[in-house]
Design a protein around this ligand. Structure first.
Ligand code: ARG
Length: 460
């Protein structure tokens, strides 16, 4: 059977190899619900404008409901010669209604149709992703009270830097995922503009009402320029970028926790339900979910690259290249959503190895900067204090002791200004207590942040 899109201008049928090459039904079938919803809104608008009768609109909408059911059940036969989901639905309609079915495509092109369908699909997928991010944020936040007293080493350059409260660490990820959610909200503003009615490229001479279909399909408004709209896939690129940033956050977190679960760090124990064993080494408990989260992030970043390259250098307006926009974006959403679905329970179920962490928390001179700041508070210029503390740390290293284990007279040999009050800032716990600034790891600041996020993220 010939596709309804091939009119009398063609002198021969499509080569079957071309049908195989050009089809998109194998992947754009995912758009069927949106395609049918869009067609029903379009039919109602055509009826309200007098372009079809109310009775024709009723038959079309009823038949589309039946076709949706067949697609739900998988009983609508897929025919490669029908190319894509739009032609499958339209042909099924024509098979049922004959000429009435042939009226649905009035004042519409597949170019505006596919853009509208995809925008609806993408906005939904973005909202689902936002919900999964919220659940992950709640998993991190949910740990903060129970882990409040745990001090972790914060790293820069992967070298021990300063002490932080564990909840400060957890909330760092809450912040990252919050920015991802803000990017999603911003992205949705541009995704959620309706393309329907721009037709192929220049609009239509028929009296359509674009505002009506946009409102019926829950869009925030309509796109302004038909030529731009026919060519525009910015909403696909933006979504792929937002997902790539989520992927960087997940991948960095996964890498960190893979390290933290090693014997060398020994900071965490992942739930065994989220680990796998080795077929040869009986002792192994491998953090495969974290590793695959890190690994799968590459796909998401690669998909962004694919889409940027796909769309660069396309002259206005629609080009068939654009059909290639769907597999990468579907894959990015699938990948990120599957990672997020596992990340939340993994975060909630992972145990901190408190004793091991505490046993090493005085290693690495995490309190050196606080000692320097103590000297600055007493009036010493920062550069001199920095230099002296460096020398004090050097001495402690030679003696293989922590700063708090150095006798006062040794400290005073380096910095005669020091007195017994220096003890108040030495050691990781004292260093934590000494912090003050907004956004710092000071216990009262962290309490404020937990409070802030508890209100912001609401109850489950
Ligand atoms: N399957 C096509 C796509 O995804 C639909 C639009 C086809 N338009 C056309 N003029 N051939 O882009």
């Amino acid at each position: 059977m010939e596709s309804p899109s091939r009119g009398g201008v063609f002198s021969e049928g499509t080569d079957s190899r071309v049908e195989q090459f050009a089809e998109s039904i194998s992947f754009d079938r995912r758009l069927y619900q949106h395609d049918i919803r869009g067609s029903q809104a379009h039919a109602r608008m055509l009826a309200d404008q007098g372009l079809i009768t109310d009775a024709e609109c009723e038959s079309i909408c009823g038949a589309l409901d039946e076709i949706r059911l067949e697609l739900d059940n998988g009983t609508l036969p897929m025919r490669i010669e029908l190319e894509d989901i739009h032609m499958h639905v339209e042909q099924a309609l024509i098979d049922r209604l004959g000429d009435v079915g042939r009226k649905l495509h009035t004042a519409r092109s597949r170019n505006d149709q596919v853009s509208t369908d995809f925008r609806m699909w993408v906005r939904e997928a973005l909202r689902e992703t936002d919900q999964l991010l919220l659940e992950l944020q709640r998993a991190f936040l949910g740990r903060c009270e129970a882990d409040f007293d745990v001090i972790l080493p914060a790293y820069t350059h992967l070298q021990r830097a300063q002490p932080v409260l564990a909840p400060h660490y957890w909330l760092a990820y809450v912040e990252k995922f919050q920015r991802d959610r803000e990017r999603i909200a911003d992205c949705i503003k541009r995704v959620n503009q309706c393309s329907l009615g721009v037709a192929a490229v220049a609009g239509t001479s028929l009296p359509i009402d674009r505002q009506q279909t946009a409102a019926a399909l829950d869009f925030d408004g309509i796109t302004r320029n038909s030529l731009d709209t026919s060519s525009d896939r910015d909403f696909v690129l933006e979504s792929a970028f937002v997902l790539s940033v989520i992927a960087t956050h997940l991948s960095g977190w996964a890498e960190e926790w893979i390290l933290w679960s090693t014997v060398e760090y020994g900071f965490i124990k992942c739930p065994h339900a989220f680990c796998t064993g080795s077929s040869i080494m009986p002792q192994k408990v491998n953090p495969d979910v974290l590793e695959l989260t890190r690994g799968k992030s590459a796909r998401v970043m690669g998909n962004l690259q694919t889409l940027v390259l796909l769309t660069k250098g396309l002259p206005l307006a629609y080009n068939r290249d654009l059909q290639e926009d769907k597999p990468p974006l579907f894959d990015s959403f699938d990948t990120i959503q599957s990672c997020l679905q596992l990340a939340a329970p993994l975060v909630a179920g992972t145990e901190l190895q408190r004793e091991r962490i505490a046993a090493g928390i005085e290693d690495g001179y995490l309190d050196a900067t606080t000692l320097m700041e103590h000297m600055i508070r007493a009036g010493m210029p920062q550069r001199r204090a920095h230099h002296l503390v460096g020398a004090i740390v050097g001495e402690a290293m030679q003696r293989r002791v922590s700063l708090s284990e150095l006798p006062l007279d040794v400290l005073q040999q380096h910095a005669p200004e020091l007195d017994g009050s220096v003890r108040e800032v030495l050691g990781s716990r004292n260093a934590i207590e000494a912090f003050q600034s907004e956004g710092s790891t000071a216990p009262e600041r962290v309490r404020e942040q937990i409070q802030y996020w508890t209100t912001a993220l609401g109850d489950k």
